[in-house]
Design a protein around this ligand. Sequence first.
Ligand SMILES: [Mg+2]
Length: 373
Amino acid sequence: MKITEVVCQILRIENVAAKTASCQDAVLVRVRTDTGLEGIGEADSSPEVVKAIIDAPFSHNIACGLRELLIGENPLETERLWQKMYRRTMYFGRKGVGITAMAAVDMALWDLKGKHFGEPIHRLLGGKQHDRILAYASILFGRDGAETKSIGERWRAAGYKAVKFGWEPMGPCEALDRELVRGARAGIGDAGVVLIDAGCVWDARTAQRRAQAFAEQRIEWLEEPLRQDDVEGYRWLRNRSPVPIAAGEGECGRESFRPFIERQALDVYQVDLARNGFSDASYIRARVEEAGARLCNHCYTSPLTAAASLHWLSTCRDAFLFEDCVEDSPLRHELTLEKVQAEDGWIAVPDRPGLGVTLNEDFVRDHLVSESR
Ligand SMILES: [Mg+2]
C-alpha cells in the first residue's frame, strides 16, 4: 500500500466572531492510497499556516513540505514517517505549527491504519480501558457572575455533571474573577464538577492568590493560569496551590511536553490530538502515567478531533474527564455524519474502524475556501 495523494482543505463558517474558539474554521488533511482507502486528520491552528506546511515545495533536505515527503510511502509505518517528517522539517518545524501540521497527517495515517485492519484506533494503540468517559461541557465565561450562572444552568439542564468555563473576562480584576467562579458554582449546583480555565492571564504569585480564593468553590482544577511557556512558574504554583493545576493544550509534541513532565510542573496534562497526533500523544501518555500525574484531552475544534481524543483518552488508565466542547458552531454539529457528543453527561468511545467518523461531504463542499492536492 502506497500513499498516492495528500489533499488539504480549509473550511470556514460564515460568521467568524472575535472570541477564543477554534471551531469557526478547520484544516483537513486527507491521505489517499493506491488501495482506495482514505484517512482523515485535522490540525488545531491557523488553517492557512498549516496548509502552507503541507504544500511547501522542497527547499532543501531539512526544509521540505509534508506532501512531498509522504507520496509513495507506506501509510502503516506511522512511527518511521513521524521521524522522517520531524527530521525533514527541522528548519521550520520541531515545535509549534510544524508539529501541528504533522499531527494532522499522523491522525489521518492512524485513521487509514484502522480502516486497513478493520479496527478502531484505540485497539491499535493497545486497547481501551473505558467504554465511556464522564464529559464536561466546555464553554466560555459569561460577562459576569449572573451570566456565567445561567450558562452553567443551561448545560446542567442538558445533562452535564461537569462544566468548564474559560477565558475572557477572567484576569485583571480579582473581584470579578471571584464573582465568575461563584456564578459557575451556582449554575452547576453543589454536586456538580466546576472547572476554571483562566486563559494564561497571571504571574505565579497572583495565580496562587486566585487558586486560594477559588478553592472555596471546590473547583476540580485551575487551568492555564500562567503563560504557556512558564514551566518554572507552573512548578512553583503546583507546589503551593490548594487546587490541582492543569495545562498543556498549547504544547505541540513530545519535546514541548518534556520540560513540564521532567519538572513535574502539572497535576493534569491536557493533550490536544490535533496538535500532537496519535504517535506523540501515546508517548506523552506513557511518560505522564510514569510520572504519576493525570491526563485529559484538549479539544475545541470539530468532531474529528473529538473522536481522535476519545480513542486516545480511552487507553489512559486514569482517564477521569473528557473535554466536550459545546460551542454552538455548525462545524461542530455538521462536519461529520456521526454526532460525537455526550448523552446525559457521558460520552461513548467510538468502536468502528479508524476514527469511526465519516465526513459530511455536502458540508465540506459548502464551506470550502481553499484546497490543494
Ligand atoms: Mg483551555
